[in-house]
Design a protein around this ligand. Sequence first.
Ligand code: BF8
Ligand code: SF4
Length: 623
Amino acid sequence: MHDMRTIAEDSRLLLKKAEKDGIETVWDRFEAQQPSCGYCEMGLSCRICVMGPCRIDPFGEGPQKGVCGADADIIVARNLCRMIAAGAASHSDHGRDLVEVLEAVSEGRAPGYSIRDEQKLKHLAIEYGIAIEGKQILKIAGELAYAMQEDFGTRKKELTFVKRAPAKRQEIWKKIGITPRGIDRETSEMMHRTHMGVDNGWLSLLLQGMRNALSDGWGGAMIASEVSDILYGTPMPVQTSANVGVLKADHVNIVVHGHNPVVSEMILLACQTTELVDLAKQKGAKGINLAGVCCTGNELLMRHGVAMAGNHLTTELVLATGAVEMMIVDYQCIMPAIASVAACYHTKMISTSDKAHFPGMVHREFHPDNAKVLAIELIKEAIENFECRGNVYIPTEPVASIGGCSVEAILKVLGGTPTPFIDAIKAGLIRGAVGIVGCNNPRIRQDYGHVTLTKRLIENDILVIDTGCVAVATAKAGLKMPESVKYAGAGLAKVCTQLGVPPVFHIGSCVDNVRILVLLSALANTLGVDISDLPVAGAAPEWYSEKAVAIGVYFVASGVYTVLGPMPPITGSMNVVNLLTQGLNDVVGATFAVEPDPEKAAVLIRRHIEGKRQKLGLDSMTI
Ligand code: BF8
Ligand code: SF4
């Protein structure tokens, strides 16, 4: 049975252990929810106001309108747009937290934090029109934080980073009126428009949905990614390892979970202090072992090579090892069930964000001014907890992997410009590139979508760039070492071998999907074309979250054809389905496709890439 739930060996073995220990997991709860509500699956239920809740009968026999008169198109579009708004808000609020840390650093209110990439700080300040000549670095940081905060509000006509997009793309956005103005403004307007009795045009709603998503991709998430680099360093290639085997039976194990490096970076610093390492040794451990899960894990992996214990569906199972002294969480993708798993073992569960409380966790709130001290206190408590440990079961050996493939790192490997990469594409050695992003979802066998699609693409000479939980899946599957070229086609293998890089690049956490936008803009600008002309695509084979919806929509609105695994809740409106899968081609030059089978998704993507190659006048194969 567990084989059907996951392809990851560590998850499979730990599921057996969890069963033995009487632990309920996400898969059990998923099964208990079946069959799920058909109205909700089709997007046909509405609970926006209390004249309802309402539902539309998809068979045409029952009601075709809600109490207010909203039809299927309106209800489906509104529901989707509210998903985009929630996703954009999540990334963007994460970005705001980083800007506030940057501001606190500039004012000397954040002990332990610093400016680690002055170069990037200066570049961004210039991009924001700030004069930097003769100014102290902290002064520049303060002015940049202020200017970025302006991007969140309503004082501008367009976001600063919109200028990063190719000119042709900016023109398209302008022409159809979806250039994002303020980060918070677009989310706020989206929520306004979807209130009962405001925007009842399914098309105009979806256009605002795209503008909202763009305010995430070219706004809030881009700020989150860039400011993280300023504060914690721009990633460069780094050796790491992945799967539950990164936990060490003879060490104090601490796991960070969530998304924002504001907390996890301080935890890392605390774990490295000699005093605490000595304390761990006094308590009979060999040292302190910090590991990550989900995206805050990716943040630490990218910048410091911190090992990765697992992705979304492994988060409960990591605790079932009995080897974790403390799990420290911030926000996003943290299942509220997780503390009840920890309660079966000695693991202490700590929540840290004023925005995110969880049942069964001890709440210890992190702010820039107390983070350093609090991190040390927590690690001490984790060390004290080592002696409470019971039996430990760490069933697998970790798999070696390379992370840290920021755009800067990729350009460095290429000698400073994208030209060698473009030459390899022109020569047909590399057919194209695909960004595979997103989550795990119990609807799909864990990691099967990610790993199968990645393998099919690289064996057909398509470079894969991944983030988030996909990046963890392919690391666990051993696809991220230079030796992994054995899985690649001859052309891609040749280029990767020459450069000494793997055929699958780990480009970061989910907010780092914006690095893909920056990379695509660089490629498009070098070729003098739009992003939608490039032989590239996006995919989210196992997505689950509202954030993933926002990401998918900003990919498509930026001109990237994107294939989803799970079907979004839109099938109740053929107008919405047709627009997203066909009509958008005429509007933004890209569409969505939905294909749960990764083998078939690979064929769709290869066809798309070969089509784009042909249009660009590059050689073409028939698939
Ligand atoms: O932001 S990939 S399950 S952990 S939502 Fe969450 Fe999805 Fe993982 Fe990261 Ni992204
Ligand atoms: Fe029903 Fe309209 Fe209210 Fe939605 S907004 S719950 S469709 S009355």
